[in-house]
Design a protein around this ligand. Structure first.
Ligand code: ADP
Length: 383
């Protein structure tokens, strides 16, 4: 039996449970809190924060291979373990250029992949003229540890930018913490999940449309309504990136598509991703099974859709509460072809991902997918 260590014990690790059982893989999780979702499905847990390298050393003794459900790790500490022979998949070198959003943009752009115009605040001689070349609004991003839109600010004018920066400079006394980039007036946001095996085989999931509200993913429609050329372009981006990084495992790639059809890469997640949750119910091999297959060195599975389409809706917290929202969940379960996944978190907070629901569709009608999402949201959100 393969023993897989997972750094991080949130819902992304929790959703590996069924696949682990099927593949006869033992899961050992490193996560700080007893209430974290994956503690209930792990055979063993090392209770420690994800960036605690000495805890990962303990984890390593219990596993054949270590992977990530959370990338906010301490690469320096992990590199020492890698030198001692601990096997990380994806390898640490595949994570190195990605953990800082500025380094990530540089890496993608050096690969020739299309990205929004960007610069780091510390390389700016003349901030005002550089920004004028981008034009307002601009997007200010924390270079590290941003997720679900935390650390992403759309800035409308110079005064607001100065105010934001001076506040953060006082707080952090370091302007190299930020990246500035053009605001992309995207027509749609897209994502693709791709997996690469130990032998270098790559499989990609259908390109999906993602819909964000307040920068947090609310819905995913699979497949995205885009042209075959755009699909081919996005698949090629995934191949270039995964091959260049020699990834083993699943990566999520977020993209923008502009009104003129131009595709730009927004962000890379070096792990399973919210935009691939539909695969649990809609694909022969879910992204979670695929990831375990890849990191265990097993052959990859078939990623294709088993229904004509699917729509996934995140069930986000909208209040501070310890409710488990039984009655809302029961109502949503009654929707035909709906599959509800509830992460078992003990506390709800506004914007927190508590669960998701995927509805399988017998067509690829985008309006119908949106209507189903609206029905779910009208049950889920009060008022
Ligand atoms: P996070 O890592 O927090 O998810 P993202 O960079 O993915 O941050 O940004 C979250 C959301 O903010 C995106 O899905 C998109 O809706 C919006 N956004 C981010 N960057 C830009 C940009 N350059 N132009 C327009 N919208 C953006």
């Amino acid at each position: 039996m393969k023993r897989v260590g997972i750094i991080g014990g949130g819902q992304l690790a929790w959703m590996m449970a069924d696949a682990a059982r099927k593949l006869e893989v033992k899961l050992v999780v490193q996560t700080p809190n007893e209430n974290d979702p994956a503690v209930s499905i792990a055979q063993e847990t090392v209770f420690a924060p994800v960036d605690d390298g000495s805890a990962t050393k303990i984890l390593a003794k219990k596993c054949d291979v270590i992977t990530f459900e959370n990338e906010f790790v301490n690469l320096d500490a992990l590199s020492v373990l890698a030198e001692q022979g601990v096997c990380f998949r994806p390898r640490l070198k595949a994570l190195t250029p990605l953990l800082d959003k500025y380094h990530q943009r540089c890496y993608l752009s050096n690969l020739g992949l299309p990205v929004p115009q960007f610069f780091a605040l510390d390389e700016v001689e003349n901030l005002k003229s550089k920004i004028e070349s981008l034009g307002f609004p601009v997007v200010l991003k924390s270079r590290r540890h941003g997720y679900d839109g935390q650390g992403t600010f759309i800035i409308q004018d110079f005064a607001t930018l100065e105010e934001k920066l001076s506040w953060d400079l006082i707080k952090n006394s370091n302007k190299s913490l930020f990246l500035l980039e053009e605001f992309v007036p995207f027509e749609r946001e897209l994502a693709i999940i791709a997996a690469r095996s130990l032998e270098g085989e790559i499989v990609t999931y259908p390109v999906v449309e993602t819909q964000q509200e307040q920068q947090v993913c609310r819905r995913v429609i699979a497949p995205a309504e885009i042209t075959p050329n755009q699909v081919a372009e996005i698949e090629a981006i995934a191949h270039t990136l995964l091959n260049s990084l020699q990834v083993v495992g699943i990566f999520g790639i977020e993209l923008f598509v502009r009104a003129d059809g131009k595709v730009l890469v927004n962000e890379i997640a070096p792990r399973t991703h919210n935009s691939g949750h539909f695969s649990l119910d809609a694909c022969e091999t879910s992204q979670f099974e695929q990831h375990l297959r890849a990191v265990c060195g097993f052959p990859l599975g078939n990623p294709s859709l088993q229904s004509a389409g699917a729509v996934m809706v995140n069930l986000l917290g909208y209040e501070n509460s310890d409710s488990d929202y039984q009655s809302q969940r029961q109502q949503i379960t009654k929707i035909p072809q709906a599959h509800v996944h509830w992460y078992g978190k003990t506390e709800s907070r506004p914007g927190r991902k508590l669960g998701h629901v995927t509805v399988l569709l017998d067509n690829q009608n985008r309006q119908q997918a949106i209507a189903i999402a609206q029905t779910i949201e009208s049950i889920w959100y009060p008022g």
